[in-house]
Design a protein around this ligand. Structure first.
Ligand SMILES: CC(C)(COP(=O)(O)OP(=O)(O)OC[C@H]1O[C@@H](n2cnc3c(N)ncnc32)[C@H](O)[C@@H]1OP(=O)(O)O)[C@@H](O)C(=O)NCCC(=O)NCCS
Length: 181
């Protein structure tokens, strides 16, 4: 499976991607507001293998794409279809060398398009640590609505953390994208 944007190729992740993915997963500043501490190369490879098993499920629930720029893996964007009917969670992560150039917003836009068209989902949402200003900005640029601020709802990396739920419905997304610039 593959998605294309103006600048990016979104493709399936393979075991060979472990060193490239590890180059950002080993960094504290990248993993700071995610559920996971920085990973060793072995942990990254193990996580990729779990992802490959997820991808092989039928029906498939997890669509985790490598974000590739001119042949180089620069991050990941994805969507998990939930057991709640027609809903999905989305995520984005980008290597610091490539941040601030709109790649995550561009990549996750294609994933949301895919979620609403191909997967026919009704609603997607992201869960964002409110201290993660860059991620909140991505959600804002996407036009996601801030629906809730949950207090200390998750225990991640040794602390209770808040989570901001940012969501959009299929009809809102499609209407916003149809508006002339
Ligand atoms: C969040 C993340 C994926 C954004 O990736 P990116 O490719 O830089 O995203 P974009 O370039 O599309 O947009 C980032 C926006 O945040 C802004 N931004 C960056 N740091 C910021 C900060 N500290 N405060 C406010 N805005 C900030 C950028 O200026 C940009 O907005 P702009 O286009 O209006 O200038 C990246 O920072 C990252 O990988 N972080 C670590 C992993 C992570 O937290 N993932 C999300 C978990 S919910």
């Amino acid at each position: 499976m593959e998605l294309r944007t103006a600048r990016l190729r979104l493709r399936e992740i393979t075991e060979e991607d472990a060193p490239a993915i590890h180059s950002h997963e080993r960094l504290i500043e990248v993993m700071r507001y995610t559920p996971n501490a920085p990973r060793t190369l072995e942990e990254t490879l193990a996580r990729i293998r779990l992802g490959l098993a997820d991808a092989a499920e039928s029906p498939r629930h997890v669509f985790d794409f490598a974000m590739e720029l001119e042949g180089q893996l620069i991050g990941r964007v994805g969507c998990r279809v939930l057991e709640v009917p027609s809903q999905g969670t989305i995520w984005w992560i980008c290597h610091p060398d490539h941040q601030g150039r709109g790649y995550s917003t561009e990549g996750i836009t294609a994933v949301i398009d895919f979620a609403f068209s191909t997967l026919a989902l009704h609603r997607v949402y992201a869960e964002i640590d409110p201290r993660n200003a860059a991620s909140l900005r991505v959600a804002e640029k996407l036009g996601l609505r801030r629906e809730a601020h949950l207090r200390e709802c998750e225990f991640m990396q040794g602390e209770w953390v808040d989570s901001v739920l940012c969501a959009t419905l299929a009809r809102e997304w499609i209407a916003a994208r149809a508006k002339p610039l």
